[in-house]
Design a protein around this ligand. Structure first.
Ligand code: SIN
Length: 537
C-alpha cells in the first residue's frame, strides 16, 4: 500500500469505477472504444496523443488482406521471426482477427491508404513473405490512427479521460486487483488519487526509455511492467528487447526513427568507407531479420566506422512525399535525405517481454487484464515481426473488452460524475542522475550485444541504484530493469533479441518461453551477485 495515502484527494465522482484503463496509447483507447457504451475511466500520464509509442509508429499494421496472402502465411512469418518460441495458437488468433480489427479502425475513421480500385493498399517489410502492411500516407500510420481514435474517444460520452495521472500502484483486496493509485503529474507529483475498480486494464506501454538510445517516448520506461510485477503478476520473456537497426543518429533523445520501409524500398546501408557491410552478413542483406541488421550496424558503430542509410537512389526526390515523417526528422537536423546519407544507430524499440497474459488478455492476477507492449502474449516470441505490434495491441484490446463484457454485467448508471480533467503542460519529469546511470547501464550491458561479465556488473549497478533510491515513482522502473537483467543472465544461449557473445548460438534446451515473478527474481539476483548461482555457460 502507498506510503502517502493521506495525500489522496477525491476526484469527480464517488464509489467504485467499473473499468479503469491505464494508458492512453492505441491499446488503451481501442479497448475503451470497444467497451463503449460501458463506462470506462482512462488514466494517462501525458495528454492524449503524447507519450504513447503508438503515435510514433511509422510503418503500419500487418494484416493478410491482399490477394494471394493468407492468415497461414502471416502466421508462418511470425513464427519464423520469433525464433522458435512464439505461442502458435496466439499468433494464429492474432493473424486471423487482423482483417476485422482493420475494419474496426476504418469505422473509427482511420484513413488507411487505398489503391486505384479503392482496395486497401499494402506494402512489404523485412521478414514478411507478402505485401501486408496497411499504411497511412507513407510513414504516418501511428499518428493517423491515434488522431482518429482520440477523436472517437473524445466523442464517446461513456469514456472519461483523466490526463496527467501517472499510475504507480495496483491495489489488491486479498488476491484480487481492486483499483489503482495514480500520481498527479501536472502538479507537484505529491498529490495522488485512488480509483477503486472492478476491472483494471493495464495498457501502460513498453520499456524503451530504460535505454539511453531509444525510439520510445520518455513515458515508456517500464513503470507498468514493474507495478504489475510488484503486485505479484507473473512476467514472461523479460530478456527479449528488440533494437531497431536504424534510429537516426543525430544526438536526439529519443532518437527519431528511419522506418524499415525505406530498406523495403531499396535503401542500402554503408559504413564510412562506403562498404555495403550487410551483404557479407546475410543473404537478404539490408532486409535480413531485424536483430541481425541491428548487430551489423552495432559492430560498425563500435569500431568507429559508423553506419549510414543511403536512400538517394531508391527514394531520392520523392522522399518528402513518400516518407514525410522521416524527411521532417532529417531536415530538422540539417540532413537532406534525398541527396545525403542518414547516419543511423540501433535503438531500443520494442519489448517482447512483459506481463504474461492469455488469449483473453487476462494476467495471472484476478481483476487485472493487460494489452499492448506492456504484455507478453507470446505472439512475438524472441523477436517481433515488423508491424505486428499495433496489430497485437488492437486484437487483444478487443478480446479484453469482450471478456470483461461476458464476465461482468455493465452497470446501469455511470458510476462517476461528469467530465475529464485536462491539463495543458504535462511533460514527463526530467531524468534524474540515477535514471541516467540506469539507462547507460541498460544500454551498455543489456543492449544489442551482451556478455556475462558485463551483465553481472550491470545487475550489481541496478541493485546499488535500487538500494540508494527508495522513491516509489522510481521503484517500478528499477524492478523492470532488474527483471530484464536476471532473465538475460539466466538464458544461456542467444535467440532473437537476446544475443550473448559467450553463447552466440541457439541452444535447443532453451527453446521455450521464460516466466518470472518479482519474488523469484529478487532471490536469483542476490544469488547471481554473491556467486551462488553460476550463470555463465
Ligand atoms: C518501422 O517502421 O521500421 C518500425 C515498424 C515496427 O517496428 O513494427
Amino acid at each position: 500500500m502507498s506510503e502517502q495515502l493521506s495525500f489522496l484527494r477525491p476526484i469527480s465522482g464517488t464509489g467504485t469505477d467499473d473499468v479503469v484503463i491505464v494508458g492512453g496509447g492505441l491499446a488503451g483507447l481501442f479497448c475503451a472504444l470497444k467497451l463503449a457504451p460501458r463506462p470506462v475511466t482512462v488514466l494517462t500520464a501525458a495528454s492524449l496523443g503524447k507519450g504513447a509509442s503508438s503515435a510514433w509508429a511509422q510503418a503500419g499494421i500487418a494484416a493478410a488482406v491482399s490477394p494471394g496472402d493468407t492468415v497461414e502465411k502471416h502466421v508462418a512469418d511470425t513464427l519464423e521471426a520469433g525464433a522458435g518460441i512464439v505461442d502458435e495458437k496466439i499468433a494464429r488468433l492474432m493473424a486471423s482477427e487482423a482483417a476485422d480489427r482493420i475494419s474496426d479502425l476504418l469505422g473509427f475513421g482511420v484513413p488507411f491508404d487505398r489503391d486505384l480500385e479503392g482496395k486497401l493498399a499494402v506494402s512489404r517489410e523485412a521478414a514478411h513473405s507478402e505485401k501486408r502492411i496497411v499504411r497511412v500516407r507513407g510513414d504516418m500510420a501511428g499518428r493517423a490512427i491515434m488522431e482518429a481514435l482520440i477523436t472517437a474517444v473524445r466523442n464517446t460520452s461513456s469514456i472519461r479521460v483523466l490526463e496527467g495521472y501517472a499510475v504507480q500502484e495496483i491495489l489488491k483486496q486479498g488476491k484480487s486487483v481492486s483499483g489503482v493509485i495514480a500520481r498527479d503529474e501536472a502538479g507537484s507529483g505529491q498529490n495522488k488519487i485512488k480509483l477503486d475498480a472492478k476491472a483494471v486494464v493495464l495498457a501502460a506501454g513498453g520499456v524503451g526509455h530504460l535505454y539511453s538510445v531509444t525510439t520510445n517516448p520518455s513515458e515508456a520506461r517500464g513503470s507498468g511492467v514493474g507495478m504489475a510485477a510488484r503486485a505479484g503478476a507473473v512476467m514472461a520473456d523479460m530478456e527479449f528487447v528488440q533494437f531497431h537497426p536504424t534510429a537516426i543518429d543525430v544526438g536526439k533523445d529519443p532518437s527519431p526513427l528511419a522506418t524499415e520501409a525505406l530498406r523495403g524500398h531499396g535503401a542500402t546501408l554503408h559504413n564510412s568507407s562506403g562498404e555495403r557491410f550487410m551483404v557479407a552478413l546475410h543473404e537478404d542483406a539490408e532486409l535480413a531479420p531485424r536483430d541481425i541488421v541491428a548487430r551489423g550496424i552495432f559492430e560498425q558503430v563500435k569500431t568507429g566506422k559508423g553506419a549510414f542509410l543511403d536512400c538517394t537512389k531508391s527514394v531520392g526526390e520523392s522522399f518528402a512525399d513518400e516518407f514525410p515523417t522521416v524527411h521532417g526528422y532529417c531536415m530538422e537536423s540539417g540532413i537532406d535525405p534525398s541527396t545525403e546519407l542518414i547516419p543511423v544507430v540501433p535503438a531500443a524499440h520494442y519489448f517482447m517481454g512483459g506481463i504474461l497474459t492469455d488469449a483473453s488478455g487476462r494476467s495471472t492476477l484476478d481483476g487485472l487484464w493487460a494489452c499492448g507492449e506492456v504484455t507478453s502474449t507470446g505472439a512475438h516470441g524472441a523477436n517481433r515481426l515488423a508491424s505486428n505490434s499495433l496489430l497485437e495491441a488492437v486484437v487483444f484490446a478487443a478480446r479484453i473488452a469482450e471478456d470483461i463484457s461476458e464476465l461482468m454485467p455493465a452497470p446501469k448508471l455511470i458510476p462517476w460524475s461528469t467530465g475529464s480533467l485536462p491539463h495543458d503542460d504535462l511533460e514527463a519529469p526530467e531524468d534524474t542522475e540515477a535514471m541516467t546511470l540506469l539507462r547507460h547501464t541498460m544500454s551498455a550491458e543489456f543492449g544489442v550485444v551482451r556478455d556475462p561479465k558485463g551483465m553481472l556488473e550491470g545487475l550489481k549497478t541496478i541493485l546499488d541504484i535500487e538500494e540508494a533510491n527508495k522513491l516509489q515513482r522510481f521503484e517500478n522502473v528499477l524492478i523492470t530493469a532488474k527483471l530484464i537483467a536476471v532473465s538475460a543472465l539466466i538464458r544461456k544461449e542467444s535467440r532473437g533479441g537476446h544475443f550473448r557473445t559467450d553463447l552466440p548460438d541457439e541452444n535447443p534446451e532453451f527453446a521455450h518461453r521464460s516466466y518470472l515473478t518479482l519474488e523469484a527474481a529478487n532471490k536469483m539476483a542476490l544469488d547471481l551477485v554473491d556467486g551462488s548461482m553460476v550463470e555463465a555457460g
